[in-house]
Write a protein that binds this ligand. Structure first.
Ligand code: GLV
Length: 326
């Protein structure tokens, strides 16, 4: 069997030292952007021209325009993210281009951050920190920053019980929470072992003290949580989103947080990232993070290495380890 000719691999960001070492072992030519945060659209469209492989970030939009710019040499687009809503997978498939993502290597880091948001919002950690820093006089009092008791029977509702949802459930189990989740085809034995009850979304929203989103962004999940769903969650409840911003109607969320329809929210992702709805910025009962769910040092290395390995495999004529199926 003849080995396909190794073409050029383009990386749309400056990789970590460890990932860079992996790139140096590849047989073919490699080009890398200079900035760890990625390239402008114009730079990417220019640098991808004639590449056989592209390792890219979730901030890179891989659409017909980019595929046209790359030309017929492009064989693989390897996203350094588990989410792949930035990629037109159907357009890639139509041109015979493999798309890959990085599942499995970031589950624990992302669930750690989701649980950090759960605790920070439930127990008002960020609000209380700002209060102490404000220099306002205070002494211990029974009603100071009272929040939700997490480990005394609070219910966590998981929307999207995949790998990250299950990792979140393991943390909730350690905190003695009751766990409910929307129906999932993949959860199986572990969900049963963790005692997770399955509920349709409307019942989950009514039942849960904290709702944590772990589903992918698809046409079906865009604005899954809007004004009506927030109303179903009810006063005192908490929403955590470490999945994708457009799953939540951000304007409806800002209104629900402002008028007490729900109690608090912890957001790592935004509808129009990196823009944040201006009303959210003014609210004390929302914790806002800059999409750092998978930002553990080793996790980020594992993501980059897996993306590079996917590109290496396809360039060598082997099956990609973690393909995305159209
Ligand atoms: C991060 O958001 C990812 O999809 O990996």
């Amino acid at each position: 069997m003849s080995t396909p000719t190794q073409g050029r691999l383009h990386v749309s960001f400056r990789p970590s030292d460890r990932a860079h070492q992996a790139l140096e072992t590849l047989p073919g030519p490699v080009t890398c952007a200079a900035d760890p945060s990625g390239q402008t659209r114009a730079e990417l469209l220019s640098d991808v021209r004639g590449a056989a492989a592209l390792v890219c970030l979730l901030t890179d939009r891989v659409d017909a325009e980019l595929l046209d710019a790359a030309g017929p040499s492009l064989r693989i687009v390897a996203n350094m993210a588990v989410g792949h809503d930035n990629i037109d997978v159907a357009a890639c498939a139509a041109r015979g281009i493999t798309v890959t993502n990085t599942p499995g290597v970031l589950d624990e880091a992302t669930a750690d951050l989701a649980f950090a948001l759960l605790l920070a919002t439930s127990r008002r950690v960020v609000e209380a920190d700002a209060f102490v820093r404000s220099g306002e006089p205070w002494s211990w009092r029974p009603d100071l920053f009272v929040g939700l008791d997490v480990s005394s029977g609070a219910t966590l509702g998981i929307v999207g019980l995949g790998r990250i949802g299950l990792a979140m459930a393991r943390r909730a189990r350690a905190f003695d929470m009751r766990i409910v989740a929307t129906p999932s085809r993949s959860a199986g034995e572990e969900a049963a072992r963790l005692g997770i009850e399955t509920l349709p979304l409307p019942d989950l929203l009514v039942t849960s003290d904290v709702v944590s989103l772990h589903c992918p962004l698809t046409p079906e999940t865009r604005h899954l949580i809007g004004a009506e769903e927030l109303r179903q969650m009810g006063p005192g409840s908490v929403l955590v989103n470490t999945a994708r911003g457009p799953i939540v109607d951000e304007a409806a969320l800002a209104a629900a947080l402002a008028d007490g329809t729900i109690g608090a929210a912890g957001l790592d992702v935004f509808e129009d990232e990196p823009a944040v709805h201006p009303d959210l910025l003014a609210l004390p009962n929302v914790v806002l993070l800059p999409h750092i769910g998978s930002a553990g040092r080793a996790t980020r290395d594992r993501m980059a290495m897996l993306a590079i390995d996917n590109a290496r495999a396809v360039l060598a004529g082997e099956p990609a380890p973690t393909p995305v199926h159209p």
